[in-house]
Each structure stands twice: as C-alpha cells, then as structure tokens.
Design a binder for this molecule. Structure first.
Ligand code: THU
Length: 130
C-alpha cells in the first residue's frame, strides 16, 4: 500500500472527538478507483452513543458513492497496533471482501497487514437475509 492511506488515517485521527476516552483512532478506506474516505472516532457524553473511527470512515465512503474497497488502514494514538473492534469488523465486512487488505498501523506507518477475513472468520453475512 502507499503510505498516503496511512497518512489519511492519521490525519483523520487528529480530527477525532474523543474527550472521554482520550483514545484517538483514525481509519481510512481506499476504493479500487482511487477514492479515499477517512474518519476518526466520535464520542458522546452518554458513552454508548459514541462510535468508532472505522464507522465514521464507512459513513463517508457510503455517502461518497461506495464501490469496491481495495484497502483499509487503521491507527490509534496510544496503541502500537490497533485492531478494529468486533462491531467494526462486522461493519467493514459488510462493504468489503474477506481478501480486502487491512493495515494495522502505529504512529509511523503500517505494522502488520491482515485481511478482513482474517479478523472476522465465519462471520454473519447479509446474503442470509436476501
Ligand atoms: N475505537 C475505535 O475508534 N475503533 C476501534 O476499532 C476500537 C475503539 C474507539 C472507540 C472509543 O472512542 C475509543 O476508541 C475507546 O474505546
């Protein structure tokens, strides 16, 4: 992956709203046609109402027209290798494939590359509902 997807995630992390946890997270999604959508976590005083960076990025991606996702980067200020939470794994899997690359980053760049399928094996799939 090019370093710019990591930079987009880190830039989004800087714009997060995490006054309660003080745990900034950033995520960035690149579509196969080259669009990049990024987001940070957004917290709310009623704690369960906040949401994750990956979810913000997915909102931008859907509103930006969606499409095939090529790769995803995630970074957290206070972790050397953030891994998306369970709910975000399900959300990311909704819009990507098991082979979609997911870059787990630290402050300097990619630490480890995994796939969406690695993080959510045997997941619940929407086709079950169709
Ligand atoms: N968080 C994310 O943004 N993404 C994750 O995958 C894990 C957790 C956020 C949610 C909350 O704002 C803060 O990190 C602490 O849990």
């Amino acid at each position: 992956m090019s370093h710019d997807l990591f930079l987009a995630a880190r830039e989004a992390m800087a714009k997060c709203y995490a006054p309660y946890s003080k745990f900034p997270v950033g995520a960035a999604i690149r579509t196969t046609d080259g669009r990049v959508y990024a987001g940070g976590n957004i917290e709310v005083a009623s704690y369960p109402e906040g949401w994750c960076a990956e979810t913000t990025a997915l909102g931008h991606y859907v509103m930006g027209g969606g499409g095939e996702i090529a790769e995803i980067a995630v970074v957290a200020e206070r972790m050397d290798r953030i891994t998306p939470c369970g709910g975000c794994r399900q959300r990311l899997a909704e819009f990507s494939g098991p082979d979609t690359r997911l870059y787990l980053c630290d402050q300097a760049g990619v630490v480890e590359t995994v796939t969406v399928g690695d993080l959510l094996p045997f997941g619940f799939e929407g086709k079950t509902l169709r």
